[in-house]
Design a protein around this ligand. Structure first.
Ligand code: BG6
Length: 460
């Protein structure tokens, strides 16, 4: 891994404090980045690094929450502040001079991390380019959501592509960097007993669910403009779906993984708005101080795939905030003609990452009473002594070592917006279907019409 300088725009923001700085602390503590890696926090105001570090729970990723003073000292030594006004040309030239001066001791790859909303990064990207900070040593790390709908995503992707080439652009989807998400590919590749089952002869439905206990917390402005469909389904859940269902890539190279994902996503059929559901938790409007808000804090869509292999399989993506507990899982439910119980294979993404296979067994005794039993394993028990790497640690390391496999390509991002656009359009027109649910519960939704009923066609 070549040494790098990571320039973080938005270092005082929520994401940086909750995820990036704790991940960097861990990387420096475990010496997982080259020791001469430098981190520059860009800010409009004079930034006091000690105050910043003092305001962050740096060691949340440690099992015991206890910090290693040496790790903190290393992070502190690597971290410096740079004052920059995002629309001022000279500030970017000064940044370039600063980076050039750093190179005198040791040439470094340059990583510009946009830990800011996409609406704010266009001028920064343009200024970086006009001051020559987009040469082949430079990489751009971008946080989602990449746009607000298909049109704005095309525009945003276009702006960035005007100045940086695709191999320089790293669109972060931190769910791809979660351990279980990566294990999906390994599982599919190295457990051939499941390969013959991976099609519509055997699979009835795939359900991907990401439920969060927390509400919108301090992100009212962002969230009220975004909602659950854009926040999680368009990005994280679509990416997980592609990993589970795409054809096995020709190789594990970044290029082949993206090719398979893209091919899968492009053959999904656009989501049917009549099959989409949304809800909002009851205290949401007060929290965001918008009494008329129709933003969904819960969303569910059903998708279908056009490939012969997947025709008829129901693909369900669901996410919500203020739910009873935090849980993200991917369930493959197998067909079971005539059987009372269904076999299912569940990848528990978080918490307690693991894999569970539901089987039907006979209860002990004279009667033939059946019940479900699970074969399962969790990473925590199986790999108790191994180090667990947080998604943002992996995002940062992969960006430094220039591995794009776990990032989203422009084609994938556009394909997912295209699929959801009919629902976005419908929801913008009319909000009578928005269900209000008590925080801390799962919304009770009206029965979803079957795809045939929804499209007004009859099966007879
Ligand atoms: C982010 C969303 O991408 O993912 C947040 O913007 C959400 O709304 C978060 O809370 C969930 O991430 P994780 O890793 O805690 O499941």
């Amino acid at each position: 891994m070549k040494p790098a300088v990571i320039v973080i725009f938005g270092i005082t923001g929520d994401l940086s404090k909750r995820k990036l700085l704790p991940a960097l602390y861990r990387l420096f503590t475990e010496e997982m980045l080259p020791l001469d890696t430098k981190i520059i926090g860009v800010s409009r105001r004079d930034l006091n690094i000690d105050e910043l570090l003092g305001s962050v729970e740096l060691c949340v990723l440690e099992n015991d929450n206890v910090c290693d003073p040496e790790g903190i000292a290393r992070l502190r030594a690597a971290l410096s502040a740079f004052k920059l006004e995002p629309n001022t040309d000279e500030d970017y030239h000064a940044l370039r001079a600063h980076l050039d001066a750093l190179d005198e001791s040791q040439p470094r790859e340059r990583i510009f991390y946009m830990s800011i909303p996409p609406s704010a990064y266009t001028p920064i990207v343009e200024h970086l380019a006009s001051s020559g900070l987009n040469d082949e040593r430079s990489r751009l790390l971008l946080e989602k959501p990449f746009g607000y709908d298909l049109k704005s995503a095309e525009a945003l992707i276009g702006v960035v592509k005007n100045h940086f080439t695709e191999p320089q652009i790293y669109r972060i989807d931190h769910y791809l960097a979660k351990e279980t998400a990566q294990n999906l590919l390994t599982f599919r590749l190295h457990n051939p007993i499941f390969t013959p089952l991976w099609n519509n002869d055997h699979i009835e439905r795939v359900v991907i669910s990401a439920r969060e206990k927390l509400g919108v917390e301090s992100r009212s402005d962002f969230y009220d403009h975004t909602g659950a469909l854009r926040d999680l389904i368009q990005s994280h859940l679509m990416q997980l779906l592609a990993l589970v269902m795409m054809d096995i890539p020709a190789s594990m190279s970044s290029h082949d993984i993206h090719l398979s994902k893209q091919y899968f996503l492009e053959q999904l059929l656009p989501a049917d708005p009549a099959q989409a559901e949304r809800a909002q938790y009851d205290s949401y409007r007060d929290e965001v101080q918008n009494p008329d808000s129709t933003t969904e804090t819960y969303a569910k869509v059903h998708l279908k795939h056009s490939a012969e292999r997947w025709q008829g399989v129901d693909l369900i993506l669901e996410t919500g905030k203020a739910m009873p507990e935090k849980s993200t899982s991917i369930s493959i439910e197998f067909k079971s003609p005539g059987a009372q119980h269904r076999n299912s294979l569940t990848f528990q993404v978080q918490p307690n990452e693991g894999i569970r296979l539901e089987l039907t067994v006979k209860e002990p005794g004279f009667e033939s009473t059946m019940r479900q039993a699970a074969l399962d394993f969790t990473y925590k028990t199986m790999f108790a002594d191994e180090k667990h790497i947080d998604a943002y640690e992996r995002v940062l390391v992969d960006a430094v070592r220039a591995d794009q496999a776990l990032f989203a390509s422009a084609t994938e991002v556009l394909a997912t917006w295209r699929l959801l656009q009919p629902v976005i359009d419908q929801w913008a027109k009319d909000s009578h279907d928005l269900v209000i649910y008590p925080g801390g519960t799962v919304p009770v939704l009206p029965a979803t019409p079957s795809p045939a009923a929804a499209s007004g066609t009859s099966s007879t």
